[in-house]
Ligand binder design. Structure first.
Ligand code: GAF
Length: 387
């Protein structure tokens, strides 16, 4: 049961281009550092030049809110004062954020919102964080709530954890809001210290290959990986109370506890420790311009995700393997939560078109699925415009 009601037409309060607040909320990529954020480790994401556009108006109703997706050609309405219960799909990202804002004391009134996505959905480039943060930023501007960027990041993550039910870390929301143009963030997910590294990929570009195998990170597999890491920490903590997260382990301590941990827990922790090391090395290689070394670290990351963390799938593995003997591709790996979505590839610019044709044909021959290719550019975080 839910308190929402479907609507099939655009709220009339919007003239074709009218709005009080307009938000452009970006998706993100992650160069390296997967499943490390909720283990208080390191990640290297950035926002990209593909965005969800949200337009807002107050609607002068008695606390009714209408949200309409141009992309889906449908929407829903709900009442701010009625209890929020979970819906079926994308509505939950909206309801979760509104609930989180209200729980934090925000004074909202009836509003209308129109959403148009220029981000492929379910591709692992975090359309969900873009939607959450875009909505929170828009309502912040519409109702002058006075929230800081980092508050928007945290409340959007909390909405996803508590309402949507995915125990995601902070990477996606952080990068969607906080990114700077032409930079990659090296983020320490423990204290949220960020270093912004110039995104200088020389003669290379970042190419996403979307497997078009769908996944939802609310899937139990994502949450169970997190639970395995936390369970390992709990066991180790009994003897070493100073260990707060996998981030605090080192290879020696992990080996000391090998017999006390389930085999899978050991594998998950081993992956996280190695991935944290790879991220820190990757940041150095990006700064020094050693892109081939950077690419090797991407391949290492994929192998860990495939074999130790077990969040890859045959379509992703095929794409990464396909790239291996191409000397114009420096690195390739699955990106995001896994179980589908995209690979990210560091590829020489002048070979891109040829490679897309070749790999798409091979992928189709193997899986009978169309591959989508998206060239992405690091970009700034949320953009907010007031009329
Ligand atoms: C998803 C989550 F939302 C992130 O927090 C992160 O854990 C990622 O998967 C894996 O690195 O995108």
């Amino acid at each position: 049961m839910t308190n929402i009601r479907a609507i099939s037409t655009k709220p009339s309060v919007f003239k074709d281009t009218g709005y009080a607040v307009r938000v452009e909320s970006p998706g993100r990529i992650n160069l390296i550092g997967e499943h490390t954020d909720y283990n208080e480790g390191f990640v290297m994401p950035t926002a990209i030049d593909k965005r969800i556009i949200l337009r807002f108006q107050k609607n002068e109703t008695d606390n009714y809110c209408r949200v309409y997706s141009e992309t889906f050609g449908k929407g829903f309405e709900f009442h701010l004062d009625k209890a929020f219960t979970k819906a079926e799909g994308w509505e939950n990202y909206i309801l979760g954020v509104v609930k989180e804002l209200q729980d934090n004391g925000a004074k909202l009134e009836g509003f209308d919102c129109i959403i148009e996505s220029k981000l492929p959905l379910g591709a692992g480039i975090s359309s969900s964080a873009a939607l959450e943060c875009g909505l929170a930023s828009g309502l912040n501007a519409l109702f002058d709530l006075g929230l800081e960027d980092l508050e928007i990041v945290k409340l959007s993550q909390k909405a996803e954890n508590d309402f949507v039910g995915s125990n995601c870390g902070i990477m996606d929301q952080y990068s969607s809001v906080m990114s700077k143009p032409d930079h990659i963030i090296l983020l320490d997910c423990r204290d949220l210290k960020a270093e912004f590294i110039p995104a200088d990929f020389r003669n290379c570009k970042l190419l996403l290959l979307n497997t078009n195998v769908s996944h939802s990170i609310a899937d139990s597999d994502y949450n169970s990986r997190r639970a395995e890491c936390e369970a390992a920490v709990e066991i180790i903590q009994k003897e070493l109370p100073e260990i707060r997260s996998v981030r605090d382990l080192n290879f020696e301590i992990l080996d000391q506890f090998k017999d006390k941990l389930k085999a899978k827990m050991y594998e998950r922790c081993l992956y996280v420790l190695k991935e944290n090391e790879r991220v820190l090395k990757a940041a150095e290689t990006l700064k020094s311009g050693s892109l081939k070394e950077f690419g090797e670290l991407m391949y290492g990351s994929h192998e860990g995700l495939q074999h130790n963390y077990e969040v890859s799938c045959k379509e992703l593995d095929f794409l990464v393997d396909y790239s291996r003997d191409k000397d114009f591709i420096y690195g390739s790996r699955m990106m995001g939560g896994g179980f589908g979505g995209c690979t990210i590839n560091l590829i020489e610019e002048d070979k891109i078109d040829e490679y897309i044709d070749e790999v798409s044909a091979a992928y189709f021959a193997k899986f009978n699925i169309k591959l989508d290719a998206i060239i992405v550019q690091p970009d700034e975080g949320t953009k907010i415009f007031k009329e």
